[in-house]
Design a protein around this ligand. Structure first.
Ligand code: GDP
Ligand code: MG
Length: 163
């Protein structure tokens, strides 16, 4: 089985945009935990000659904020279990939010490699704004624009090294 890379993060940071940019073909959903995988999309891609699967998490049930956070927590726990590497996506337009901090807290317990990825860095000004994400306590971060594709190569180079 090929390696798995999961994209996690709060809603609206751009997870699906990156997923759609990266995947070459969608995979049928292999349902291990019923009632959960409906919120996960699987796709296949390759980089530097290495093929791997990507999971896009999301499609959260709309409800109270509590349910919302619980659902994100569940997706993050699943990613920690099943993925070989995790893209933790945040949004430079929004800055650090409470939900980002909650996800960061869960991910710090993971022994899997986590790639903090600051999305929506569409221009050089935003590159400077991204430094605030050191506040999440990770050693480094990657910046990218899911919309124009800049930065994705550097991120993928780093990811395939650990797969
Ligand atoms: P998800 O909820 O994390 O899956 O986020 P989506 O991929 O659905 O994107 C949420 C919104 O952010 C959409 O309006 C996207 O067009 C926008 N978005 C995604 N990536 C970028 C980016 O790199 N730059 C900008 N400016 N907007 C983006
Ligand atoms: Mg999405």
């Amino acid at each position: 089985m090929s390696a798995i890379v999961a994209i996690v993060g709060r809603p609206n940071v751009g997870k699906s945009t990156l997923f759609n940019r990266l995947i070459k073909r969608r995979e049928a959903i292999v349902d291990a935990v019923s009632g959960v995988t409906r919120d996960r999309h699987y796709g296949k891609t390759d980089w530097n000659g290495k093929e791997f699967s990507i999971i896009d998490t999301g499609g959260y049930v709309v409800g109270s904020d509590d349910v919302f956070e619980q659902e994100i927590d569940k997706q993050v726990e699943l990613a920690i279990e099943e993925a070989d590497a995790i893209i933790f996506m945040v949004d430079v337009e929004a800055g650090i939010t409470g939900m980002d901090e909650a996800v960061a807290h869960l991910l710090r317990k993971s022994k899997k490699p986590v790639f903090l990825t600051v999305n929506k860095v569409d221009n050089a000004m935003r590159e400077a704004d991204a430094v605030e994400f050191y506040g999440l306590g990770f050693q480094e971060y990657y910046t990218l624009s899911g919309i124009n594709g800049s930065g994705t190569g550097e991120l993928l180079d780093a990811i395939v090294e650990v797969l």
